[in-house]
Design a protein around this ligand. Structure first.
Ligand code: PXP
Length: 240
């Protein structure tokens, strides 16, 4: 069974809405691990819209499972990763205006520089994963960069409408996993996975980790609201 990497970016999104100190992603990571998370994932974006440098630094010290740092393949981010040394790095495309990571990276656009980035990170003992679509050309390119991992983008599967289209996307992921494993890559999956669509991807061949964020934080907000209100009532009565 694949392990579960919990993406806690949205905790920081709520905090940044007020530029305050709560909720703290560091506290969220502790609780996620208590809940059984096998890893903690954060995306340090160039615009720092949610996770901050301070979060990554403290998480490096406090995460007891493993810390997966998602980041763009830029000089700034590579230097931060070399300094902080997460357990592994997932390299993702980043567009300033996007709401979330919209697609896999196009490795063919800059294979020489991308290979150099992998060399620098893996040379420092940080395994690299490329976030790519389940496309043979991209999978082969990932192999050429010498990266140890890929994370196949599950967004198309998650968004597919109708059972037939969903099955087609699942087949595509299945092929992608097989091709990657045959080429010696290790495979993770992520993006758009939810409580209702996760089960069919669990048995895709060779998948090691599922990185899931939005649906878990969304559910956490809802299942926690009743207790949170109850506790505020106690606080108002001086009984907390
Ligand atoms: N994997 C990668 C590479 C991502 O960029 C994201 C979103 O930040 C995720 C997984 C998690 O996606 P979601 O929040 O839809 O579960």
């Amino acid at each position: 069974m694949p392990s579960l990497g919990v993406n806690i970016d949205h905790i920081a999104t709520i905090r940044q809405a007020r530029r305050t100190v709560e909720p703290d992603p560091v506290a969220a990571a502790v609780l996620a691990e208590l809940g059984g998370a096998d890893g903690i994932t954060v995306h340090l974006r160039e615009d720092r819209r949610h996770i901050q440098d301070r979060d990554v630094r403290i998480l490096r010290e406090t995460v007891r499972t493993h810390l997966n740092l998602e980041m763009a393949p830029t000089e700034e981010m590579v230097n931060i990763a070399l300094d902080i040394k997460p357990d592994y790095v997932t390299l993702v495309p980043e567009l300033r205006a996007e709401i979330t990571t919209e697609g896999g990276i196009n490795l063919l656009s800059n294979l020489v520089d991308f290979t150099e980035i992998v060399k620098r990170l893996q040379g420092a003992g940080i395994p690299v994963s490329w976030f790519i679509d389940a496309d043979l050309a991209q999978i082969e390119a990932a192999t050429k960069t010498q990266a140890q991992f890929i994370e196949l983008h599950t967004g198309k599967y998650a968004e597919a409408e109708g059972e037939k289209n969903r099955q087609l996307e699942l087949d595509c992921l299945h092929r992608g996993c097989e091709q990657a494993i045959a080429l010696g890559l290790r495979v993770n999956l992520g993006h758009g996975l939810t409580y209702t669509n996760v089960y069919p991807v669990v048995s895709l061949p060779g998948v090691e980790e599922l990185n899931i964020g939005h649906t878990i934080i969304s559910r956490a907000v809802l299942v926690g609201i009743e207790r949170a209100v109850r506790e505020m009532k106690l606080a108002i009565r001086g009984q907390l």
